[in-house]
Design a binder for this molecule. Structure first.
Ligand SMILES: NC(=O)c1ccc[n+]([C@@H]2O[C@H](COP(=O)([O-])OP(=O)(O)OC[C@H]3O[C@@H](n4cnc5c(N)ncnc54)[C@H](OP(=O)(O)O)[C@@H]3O)[C@@H](O)[C@H]2O)c1
Length: 258
């Protein structure tokens, strides 16, 4: 799985299609969508229009909160597959750990994996208590956990847990949707490395071994974000950025589902 991909939340119609087509031209090979984003059809069209081989592209989609439960999850997977016009998904995730149904949904994902309909299964928004609970009934360890993770929400406990259990961590809303781009500590690093705030933050993820899926609909920003792979932050600067943590969140805290 590529470490850097394109997140497609909040893109619709031709904008979504064009963003994916531009991203694939630039070199992105990982596309992160979800049933909840209401754009699987557009993503499917963009993938179909691409000259790339199916095996060169890594597609993630997610089980919606309203589709939890064993039978519902299997049905929802079929619908996503159909909208994406694919015959398999690379990675299927539980989007949020909704209390009613998350166990049965995981069993459905294990079935999809056993039936070779999906290459890997995983979770999103699973903090340590959710991962511990999952361990009690899972036969397959999730391949990946996608959480909100930035220097300002440095969830070291989840990072350490995932590393020790060989679960790939992936960060969502990695750019804080731009809200923290003026943090003076970040700007000193931008000056030092002659890189943009987005590039410094994305490279911080890469140096930590965390996969990341920034969203943009703009070609210049897609390129800028992709170029974050082309340099290396010094380890002291990575540690410095870990210290920015202040519990700052863009999305909901999954703790509400415990
Ligand atoms: N599992 C979950 O529960 C969950 C939750 C949230 C998000 N996600 C996933 O994570 C992906 C990314 O998160 P996100 O969309 O919330 O936020 P994000 O990637 O942190 O930020 C996206 C915002 O930043 C702007 N932007 C992108 N690159 C930029 C750059 N280089 N310079 C300045 N601004 C830039 C984008 O605007 P433009 O488009 O105008 O460039 C957009 O408004 C989502 O698309 C989705 O796939 C998952």
């Amino acid at each position: 799985m590529p470490l850097l991909g394109l997140g497609v939340y909040d893109m619709y119609n031709s904008e979504a299609e064009q963003a994916v087509e531009s991203a694939l031209k630039i070199g992105y090979r990982l596309i992160d969508t979800a049933s909840m984003y209401n754009n699987e059809r557009e993503i499917g069209s963009a993938l179909k229009n691409s000259a790339l081989k199916r095996t060169d592209i890594f597609v993630t989609t997610k089980l919606n909160n309203s589709d939890h439960g064993y039978d519902q999850a299997l049905k929802a997977f079929d619908e996503s597959l159909q909208k994406l016009q694919l015959d398999y998904i690379d990675l299927y995730l539980i989007h949020w750990p909704i209390k009613a149904g998350r166990k049965e949904s995981w069993k459905a994902l294990e079935k999809l994996y056993a039936d070779n309909r999906v290459r890997a299964i995983g979770v999103a928004n699973y903090t340590v208590p959710f991962l511990e609970e999952l361990k009690l009934y899972s036969n397959i360890t999730p391949a990946l956990n996608q959480i909100e993770f930035t220097p300002w929400l440095f969830q070291k406990d989840v990072l350490d847990y995932c590393k020790s259990d060989r679960i790939q961590l992936q960060s969502y809303s990695p750019l804080t949707r731009g809200i923290k781009f003026n943090d003076p500590r970040l700007l000193t690093l931008c000056t030092k490395y002659e890189k943009t705030p987005a590039q410094i933050i994305l490279n911080w993820n890469i140096q930590l071994g965390v996969s990341t899926i920034p969203k943009s609909t703009k070609v210049e920003r897609l390129q800028e974000n992709f170029d974050a792979l082309n340099f290396t932050l010094e380890s002291d600067d990575v540690i410095f950025m870990n210290s920015f943590n202040e519990g700052f969140r863009i999305c909901d805290d999954p703790i509400q589902f415990l």
